[in-house]
Design a protein around this ligand. Structure first.
Ligand code: ADA
Length: 590
């Protein structure tokens, strides 16, 4: 399963994941041996490969003819893709999607091979030995699409609240695969309501961006026959007028309390015969900052969040839908309303779950704790920026995403680092101005980048890495930010706070690593953050214990990051009930 809704009614799409492939390691003791695996799959899930770092080959057959588009939601971390033995493309970064066009396939069976590489090297500036695991494999879904001589590459529908009601800023990227110029009709619909229809001219083999501002106003009319489209997801009856004809409806806002989603579809046709389409979902909600507040639909938001890695002892980073939903259920049970996708863009299925269930998301590009030297890697800028580009292009429609983050705990205290932050913030704005931007800093009062983002965010660990009391420590930082830094007057968030505990380690000595100590530290930390005037909330570090790179063993018992409120099997630690009580005692708004 790739998405929670049907993305295409006309374009033929075949899912290649969710089925058996063959995996074969390319080095080591078992080189060349073949294993059946169900993709998505991290090879660490296989008994012999729990610690394999290298290249792995995944292959299977598929039936197709003509031009096809292969879409990979994520291969960890570097992919080389071959069809019938011929290389058709490569991609770097486990956490962003990519697609490849393969033309002129003869009718019949073809072989798809994916070489996934999870080694660390200078070529990989973002996947480095780190406080989380860089798994190996095809970690997210794969599809095969049948393409005609032109197709919709993406459809962006960004809601904007204006004085005259809701607007949708629509951008449709079209791609021609033909050797000659051609014409087609492009229609974009919200549900069954046509937003616009227009003739488009494709220069041979080129792409085309069609943009339109569609005004929904306060109300709008449903389709002529009064029916909802087949993709209608809002879970409610489509409005019909008195005689069963089209009815009037008021746009319903998306919010945590009422996460209403609307399907948006782009259709390409010729002589009224449709030949390609793409459906996305949107939610009408407004997220912006005003003074020191983050406003969701005009209300002052209180974030009660968790940092969550995509990590599971049985699946590595390739979590199946059921495991994703279980994580969401646990976070909701804990009283949380938000998740931070540390430290990379997430699987679209998880974001779909958040959209559907009104769970707020801070999504960030892939980077964790890179030093100045690591940021000076010649590949760093290009890889980090490609990640932003791919993240926003793929995820801009998710109403659950309310903040774009960049460069967690990187060298924001250096001049070179500052240039990188500025470029990346600018890049986000060139792609999406509808959401505030931020970065989780650990640079205390030496951060040079606080003038760029709309929201100032800090990772702090009082009562864990040092023993200062959280209240005064936070107050001191907050005052410095508001009175002496370039971030003065902006919203302030705690993007990490927490303490470690080894599941099952109980002791009345209240020493660090015990469940008792973690529960006490989190109680102090959460209360201090919520009591800090002007602070918009926090993301607890972290949701569950996660595996880390072996190189990080020295400060990490079990070579795990043990700051989860649940352990890696999602078993509750003592802190669970304390966090639950505190999170439930504060509402979504301040
Ligand atoms: C940092 C970092 C996290 C994690 C955490 C910790 O703030 O952003 O990825 O490493 O510290 O556990 O120390």
């Amino acid at each position: 399963m790739i998405r929670l809704f049907e993305t295409n009614q006309i374009r033929k799409v075949q899912e290649l994941s969710g089925s058996l492939w063959t995996f074969s390691p390319c080095s080591g003791e078992w080189e060349g041996k073949e294993y059946p695996v169900v993709v998505p799959c991290c090879w660490e899930s296989l008994p012999d490969f729990a610690a394999y770092r290298g290249v792995g080959r995944f292959f299977r057959e598929f039936q197709a003819e003509g031009t096809v588009r292969l879409v990979f939601q994520g291969v960890s971390h570097t992919a080389r893709v071959l069809v019938d033995g011929r290389e058709v493309g490569t991609h770097y970064n486990a956490y962003t999607p990519f697609s490849l066009l393969v033309e002129n396939l003869a009718p019949g069976s073809h072989r798809l091979e994916v070489y996934a590489d999870n080694r660390f090297s200078e070529e990989s500036a973002l996947h480095v030995p780190n406080d989380y695991m860089s798994y190996g494999g095809i970690s997210r879904g794969v599809t095969l699409e049948e393409i005609h001589d032109a197709y919709v590459e993406y459809l962006h529908a960004v809601p904007v609240k204006a004085a005259d009601g809701w607007h949708l800023r629509l951008s449709v990227k079209l791609q021609s695969t033909a050797a000659h110029d051609q014409k087609a009709e492009l229609t974009v619909k919200l549900g069954e309501q046509i937003c616009f229809r227009r003739e488009v001219m494709f220069p041979a083999g080129q792409s085309l961006l069609v943009e339109e501002d569609w005004r929904a106003g306060e109300s709008w009319r449903a389709g002529e026959n009064g029916q909802a489209g087949e993709n209608w997801q809002a879970g409610e009856k489509w409005p019909t007028g008195e005689n069963g004809q089209a009815g009037e409806r008021v746009i319903q806002e998306w919010s945590p309390e009422s996460p209403v989603l609307y399907p948006v579809t782009a259709i390409l046709s010729r002589d009224d015969v449709p030949f390609d389409d793409l459906t996305e979902q949107t939610g009408f909600r407004e997220i912006r900052t005003e003074g020191k507040d983050i406003l969701l639909n005009g209300k002052k938001l209180r974030i009660k969040g968790f940092c969550r890695h995509e990590d599971h002892p049985m699946y590595g980073c390739a979590l199946p839908l059921a495991a994703m939903e279980q994580d969401l259920q646990i976070m909701k049970d804990l009283g949380a309303n938000a998740v931070r996708t540390v430290h990379y863009p997430n699987d679209p299925l998880f974001l779909d779950l958040c959209d559907q269930q009104g769970f707020l998301v801070w999504e960030e590009n892939h980077a964790r704790g890179l030093s100045l030297e690591q940021m000076e890697n010649p590949h760093f800028q290009e890889q980090a920026e490609a990640c932003i580009q791919e993240m926003i292009t793929a995820h801009i429609n998710h109403p659950s995403i309310i903040i774009w983050g960049i460069l967690n705990e990187c060298a924001s205290d250096t001049e070179y680092g500052r240039d990188c932050y500025e470029r990346q913030y600018d890049l986000i704005h060139s792609l999406d101005v509808s959401r505030p931007r931020s970065s989780a800093s650990c640079k205390w009062k030496t951060d040079l980048c606080l003038g760029f983002p709309e929201i100032i965010s800090y990772n702090i660990y009082p009562e864990w890495y040092h023993d200062e009391k959280t209240g005064p420590y936070l107050q001191d930082l907050y005052q410095w930010v508001q009175e002496k830094s370039e971030g003065s007057g902006r919203p302030f968030l705690i993007t990490e706070i927490g303490a470690g505990a080894i599941y099952g380690y109980r002791t009345p000595t209240l020493c660090k690593w015990s469940e008792e100590y973690q529960a006490q530290a989190l109680e102090h930390q959460i209360k201090a953050v919520f009591e800090q005037e002007g602070c918009s909330g926090l993301f607890i570090w972290q949701f569950c214990d996660v595996r880390i790179s072996f190189e990080w063993f020295s400060t990490r018992p079990r070579t795990m990051n043990n700051k989860g409120v649940v352990d890696e099997y999602r078993r509750r630690k003592l802190a669970y009930d304390k966090v639950k009580e505190l999170y439930h005692s504060y509402g979504n708004y301040r």
